[in-house]
Design a protein around this ligand. Sequence first.
Ligand SMILES: O=C(O)CCC(=O)C(=O)O
Ligand SMILES: [Fe+2]
Length: 296
Amino acid sequence: MTDLLEVDVHDLDTQMPELLNELLTGTGAIVIRQAFSAAEIAEARRLIHHYSDTEGDKETHFQGANADTIHLQRRVWNLLNKGEVFEQMVQHPAVMEIVGRFLGSAFIMGSVAANRLLPGGPGQEPHVDYPYWDMYKRNEFPMNFNSSFPLNAQATILLDPFTPESGATAFLPNSQGDLRYPDEHDRKHFFEYAARMTGEPGDCVIFNGMCWHCAMPNVSHDVDRTGVLIEYLPKFIAPLEDLRRGVRADVVERATPMLRQLMALEYPYPEILDDNTGEATIGRDVDAESHSAIEA
Ligand SMILES: O=C(O)CCC(=O)C(=O)O
Ligand SMILES: [Fe+2]
């Protein structure tokens, strides 16, 4: 069993090279133990249960084989609209520092959603995450596309005990290097050698979305297992959820500079350049303001 490398939030600068290597070329996953307080976790869990009990069935992914149990896997999307606690959760200071180094300081958020697996709920097929998530259509991606630099960082915040029984996310350590979507015939190897992202409520796992992984079946009788799934992307990747259009005005109005950056409000493209007046904006010699809240 691979133990997840634990982040020491009190000595991040010293540990940073080791953490970044672990994500890029090591196992592909690290963990911040007890990143969130019991009160934050309880509030997030209450809200997600409320929305998943009252909203209709939502789009989900990697569940093509589970038509009979799909109702036991519940998604809640666009969490920034569903409680202030999520505004805090997506901008945890240590996560921002690590992801800012991993993806570049102007990184954005592509999605913040919950995955709730009730007892009996199904696991997913092993996969890679957005923007790689449909790489089984390999010819739609650039030639020589490779794992040498990252275009995704995933954070999973555990709201319940993630155990082998409750369906803790499985991942194949070091599988990110190949950068491909696992085939059907890779699954036997995957399930034989997969490690698990186990932990307690409040823990936050950060992993490289190129690493093969999946939610596992919840075979417990009593653990209603929920993870908050946050997808971070470099500034130039189109986000999965349209936060610019989808997040309510009151959330945008009270957003910190970091949250504005995460919602891609500071990233101007695509733009109708034809509407702009004749000043120079980009170039080393232009005295442009930084677009990054982290650099500010
Ligand atoms: O909920 C989990 O354990 C993992 C979910 C996941 O990997 C996904 O939906 O992309
Ligand atoms: Fe995933």
